[in-house]
Design a protein around this ligand. Structure first.
Ligand SMILES: Nc1ncnc2c1ncn2[C@@H]1O[C@H](COP(=O)(O)OP(=O)(O)OP(=O)(O)O)[C@@H](O)[C@H]1O
Ligand SMILES: [Mg+2]
Length: 512
């Protein structure tokens, strides 16, 4: 054993000596050219081609390097066995809540794409000399080398790199905290030329926690997924890549929670557009132009923001005086697109959602909410503007089960059968919103039995009240019907007796 080590040590010594001699005798440029020539010679006989993707190109960061790093981090994390060693580096970026995995220095990873194996190597070498640069360069030169079989190269390379870029964008979006933008200054710009103010978006609502009919929920989720994956389809169909959702229903049924769940599901930013703060159609258009792709543009309580009853009326003259209260929209403002506008009109809003300008940028979702769908102009509701109308209803029994899981952490197997039967019996009739039911559960969340007891009592009382209210209005309606019939028969008998017609009120007065 000792001899082996001695031989190895002397071999290494010889190698180091020859290397130093080579460096001393041959100028570095010539050595570099010879090495290149040697590699080319070897490559002629190799069945692989190699692509170097360095971290820094000149003085600029190579975007492809970052994309590859992100992509490989996901691959490395999902299958540690694909790497040549079992060591991965871990990082968490600024503004990000996610941890990313990375290949360690000089590590290799095998990846599969369309059934073909490729090998990535992460090469890290010390930077030899600092070239002049306005910004300091890292001390190490980092890069990835991609090895592909020569016969696979023509059909694989381009689509593989496209795939990597696309995956990296998805990962980046997922890792970065999303933003909630609002136009609190109306449409005026800040010092950076931005009309939107942004804060990190951290709403915890998801489709799992959203209490609504499971079938309807699955339908919305699949619609959103289709939309997000639909770039090719939308281009082929000649449509702008956007989709509109109208969420309507009584207050407290989860419209805003649904928007948050949508954003969390797709990983999109939200632009919460305060329409009453926008002064003109032109401002509205500029706000639209400053939104990014992969975002949800929200206008809440749309019926309270703008006169939505007549498109032509809102276009007509009227010399509105630029009332900023928002209700200024209601008194016939002008819609002169060329300037001199003084309020947002229905026409401006319709163009915002589905006009020529609505397709600047892509992959955008418009969501409008309202408590009164009947107040909205049909032009706003048509497909292409509001493609999907979602009614957020009072809490049903399946929705109630989701709330029980959210707030009490219990599935329906944990609840007594009799209690469950009673809840099923009264939930629909009670017509309570998920917001009201949540309140009962939050209050009693530390005592599951008390929460269920109070829930049954509240729902039963509400159901009974609704039933007796319904009975009373049915009785009133029946009584009214009976009175009408009596008036009619009296009129007929008076006419038959040759008397004058008795007025309805007079007859009522006569009958007391
Ligand atoms: N469908 C639901 N699923 C889960 N939680 C809900 C649901 N609906 C309401 N809630 C709860 O009630 C509260 C109010 O809900 P949300 O703001 O989403 O209602 P909304 O329909 O937007 O009401 P409004 O019409 O008044 O704006 C939320 O904090 C949420 O926790
Ligand atoms: Mg709301």
């Amino acid at each position: 054993m000792k001899e082996v080590w001695t031989t190895m040590a002397s071999l290494m010594g010889v190698w180091a000596f020859s290397r130093a001699l080579l460096h001393a005798l041959i100028p570095p440029e010539l050595l570099f050219a010879l090495t290149k020539l040697f590699h080319r010679f070897i490559n002629c006989f190799s069945s692989y081609c190699y692509y170097d993707i360095t971290e820094i190109e000149g003085v600029n960061t190579n975007e492809l390097y970052n994309a590859v790093q992100l992509y490989l981090s996901a691959t490395a994390a999902s299958s540690c066995s694909a790497t040549s060693s079992n060591r991965l580096s871990l990082t968490r970026g600024l503004n990000s809540s996610a941890i990313t995995f990375g290949l360690s220095h000089n590590d290799r990873l095998t990846d599969q794409f369309n059934g073909v194996s490729v090998v990535w190597e992460h090469i890290v070498t010390p930077r030899q000399s600092q070239t002049f640069s306005w910004r300091p360069l890292p001390e190490e030169k980092r890069g990835f080398t991609l090895r592909i079989n020569k016969r696979d190269k023509p059909y694989l390379l381009e689509s593989y790199l496209d795939f990597i870029n696309q995956k990296a964008n998805e990962i980046r979006r997922k890792n970065e905290d999303r933003l909630l933008h609002t136009n609190s200054r109306g449409g005026s710009l800040d010092s950076r030329g931005q009309p939107w103010e942004s804060v990190p978006f951290k709403h915890p609502s998801t489709f799992d926690t959203l209490a609504m009919d499971p079938v309807k929920k699955a339908e919305i989720m699949s619609d959103l997924r289709d939309f997000a994956d639909g770039q090719v389809f939308y281009t082929r169909a000649g449509r702008a890549w956007k989709r509109g959702y109208l969420l309507y229903g009584p207050p407290g049924t989860g419209k805003s929670s649904m928007i948050a769940a949508m954003a969390n599901f797709l990983g999109y930013d939200i632009y919460d557009l305060e329409l009453t703060e926008v002064q003109t159609n032109l401002e509205l258009r500029k706000l639209l132009m400053k939104t990014s792709s992969k975002s949800i543009i929200v206008i809440e309580d749309i019926d309270c923001s703008i006169n939505l009853t007549n498109r032509n009326e809102s276009n007509g003259g009227g010399g509105g005086g630029g009332n900023r209260s928002g209700l200024g929209f209601l008194d016939g403002a002008t819609d002169n697109e060329t300037g001199g506008n003084n309020s947002v009109t229905l026409s401006g809003l319709l163009n915002f959602v589905d006009g020529l300008w609505s397709c600047c940028g892509s992959e955008r979702i418009f969501v409008f909410t309202t408590n009164h769908i009947e107040k909205l102009d049909p032009a706003l509701l048509r497909s292409g503007r509001m493609d999907m109308h979602v009614f957020m209803s009072y809490c049903s029994f399946p929705s109630l089960k989701i709330l029980l899981k959210n707030y009490l952490g219990c599935t329906h197997d944990d609840v007594d059968t009799e209690v469950l039967r009673r809840l099923e019996e009264v939930t629909d009739a009670a017509e309570m919103t998920p917001a009201d039911i949540s309140e009962v559960l939050i209050k009693n969340r530390r005592n599951k039995d008390r929460a269920l007891r109070e829930l049954v009592e509240t729902l039963s009382a509400r159901a009974e009240r609704n039933r007796s209210g319904l009975r009373r209005s049915e009785e009133d309606a029946a009584e009214e019907e009976e009175e009408k019939r009596e008036v009619e028969s009296l009129k007929v008998s008076d006419a038959a007796a040759g008397g004058g017609c008795v007025e309805e009120d007079t007859w009522k007065a006569m009958r007391g």
